[in-house]
Design a protein around this ligand. Structure first.
Ligand code: ADP
Length: 485
């Protein structure tokens, strides 16, 4: 690859300008193991400059009418849509997912931005009746200030859109740190944002050492809000550190999503949707299904329907036509999945399809793991408790509603849960009883711009999407006033 291609995205965005550095990070294509790009290894100094730029830009940006802010966001979304093919190819190259999924992600990102462009106009306050005749009480909603945004590699475009657009719509200025594995798509999205002519310093992006940039964001009093999506472990560290300055926090962390299939469900539909959710993005989705709980009356039939679909899945580099499952993000991810499968087998699980990594021949160098279904899985196995984050579907049998509800809730996580049933009473009992931030009934798709995506328990705090997502970037100020005589 030529140096021009390698360095196409080799810069940070600080105060509206490209910023290069002598120290770099290599970006790897997970389908081949090859270096496909280089980005700056930024640190404390770059983050400080970005925060300074964001705090200088904040007063003017926050006072712009929401309609004017919306203008920039709508223009950004249109530019992303127009360039969707090139952006999707870049995303697939560094993240691995099939091109069709990358295209959906890019379009979804543009939709999300459009939605928040409009919702920013509805940051309404309130008028509250006073306690005395001349007292007037009003409630204002004001942007929190500079927001530090930290995004993961699994949905590297969508996560940028889901954090940057509500923040900017609310009137905040931002400093974004994308994941080390997938920085180029974030830099490219920012290039499109800069082309809208958005005022300097409103949106800044620093790539580099996560710990150092994170610390610079957390220790700076000008940063009033942190929004993070990533592992529970890092989320907890950030939460502890954010306590020092009582920074506002949104955390979208790990999950352990159950899908529960009752005997009265449409089994073909359930199998279809379970496979499409479980194997999306190679299973690397925080709200992706982790465990399939199948009622004993239908477990064999459902498993058969799932296995026959999984056997049909095409695995390979995301750029190849027809591929449905790409590589995992790196070899460490492959190893983790392999160990979980091995441990389950040792305790009696049976591999119905898959169960191995694909390392030889044309898959050499890529971090591929075959789509896998495991039967005879029990609650004692680590695969039932740990977030798999890979293309492995373990099936556990259950016999009753109370039992399965207890099992599903027996996890420190609480992001998403899925239920398949046609019994209306059961729909209510399960949706109300499941301790998760999101419950999907007879479907598995959760990410829409207008709904509050997010978790409870150790899956995090705060919501992305909907009016709730705008609230994350707004403070509430109450003003009381006595009318003069
Ligand atoms: P994953 O397991 O998905 O890689 P991480 O939590 O490690 O999850 O990463 C999610 C995001 O958090 C990435 O942008 C990563 O660079 C960043 N990150 C990792 N460690 C820290 C840290 N100590 N402080 C701030 N950000 C961090």
């Amino acid at each position: 690859m030529t140096n021009d291609r390698l360095d196409a995205w080799n810069y940070c965005w600080i105060n509206g300008e490209k910023h290069t550095l002598p120290q770099i990070i290599h970006v790897i294509n997970p389908a081949t193991g090859e270096t496909i790009g280089r980005v700056p290894r930024g640190g404390a100094a770059e983050t400080e400059r970005a925060i300074e730029a964001a705090s200088q830009a904040f007063p003017k940006w926050s006072k712009l009418p929401a309609k004017a802010r919306a203008g920039y966001l709508l223009d950004w979304a249109d530019r992303i849509s127009r360039d969707r093919q090139a952006l999707a190819e870049l995303l697939t190259m560094e993240q691995g997912k099939p091109l069709a999924e990358a295209l959906d992600e890019i379009e979804g990102s543009a939709d999300f931005i459009r939605w928040y462009a409009e919702e920013g106009k509805r940051a309404y306050g309130e008028i509250i009746p006073g306690s005395r005749e001349k007292q007037r009480i009003s409630v204002l909603r004001q942007p929190v200030g500079v927001a530090g945004l930290i995004t993961p590699w699994n949905y590297p475009a969508a996560m940028v859109a889901r954090k940057v657009s509500p923040a900017l719509a609310a009137g905040c200025s931002v400093v974004l740190k994308p994941a080390r594995q997938t920085p180029q798509i974030a830099i490219a999205l920012f290039a499109h944002l800069m082309e809208t002519g958005i005022p300097r310093g409103v949106a800044n992006l620093v790539t580099g050492d996560a710990g150092v940039i994170g610390e610079a964001l957390l220790s700076d009093r000008r940063v009033r809000k942190i929004s993070f999506t990533g592992s529970t472990e890092v989320g907890k560290q950030l939460m502890r550190r954010a306590a020092d300055q009582v920074k506002r926090l949104s955390l979208e962390l790990g999950g352990n999503a159950p899908v529960i299939v009752f005997p009265d469900a449409d089994l073909d539909e359930a199998a279809e949707k379970i496979v499409s959710n479980k194997f999306e993005n190679g299973g690397q989705m925080c709200n992706g299904i982790n465990v399939i709980y199948a009622h004993q009356e239908v477990a064999d039939l459902l498993t058969e329907k799932i296995v026959s679909r999984v056997r049909e899945l095409q695995i390979g580099p995301g750029t190849e036509p027809g591929v449905q499952v790409g590589p995992l993000i790196d070899m460490a991810a492959v190893q983790k999945v392999e160990e979980l499968v091995k441990a389950a087998r040792e305790k009696g699980a049976r591999v119905l399809t898959g169960g191995y990594r694909l390392a030889a021949g044309e898959r050499q160098g890529g971090s591929f793991f075959a789509p896998t279904v495991l039967a005879h899985v029990t609650r004692e196995m680590s695969i039932a408790h740990e977030e798999i984050f890979g293309p492995v579907a373990p099936v556990i049998r259950f016999s009753g509603e109370e039992e399965v509800l207890r099992w599903a809730n027996d996890t420190p996580y609480g992001l998403a849960a899925y239920v398949f049933t046609r019994d209306l009473g059961r729909v209510y009992r399960m949706s109300e009883g499941l301790e998760f931030g999101m419950v999907a009934v007879n479907g598995t798709s959760l990410s829409v711009p207008q709904a509050p995506f997010g978790g409870i328990k150790e899956s995090g705090t705060g919501r992305e999407g909907g009016r709730h997502g705008l609230d994350e970037y707004l403070e509430t100020k109450y003003v009381t006033m006595m009318l003069p005589d």
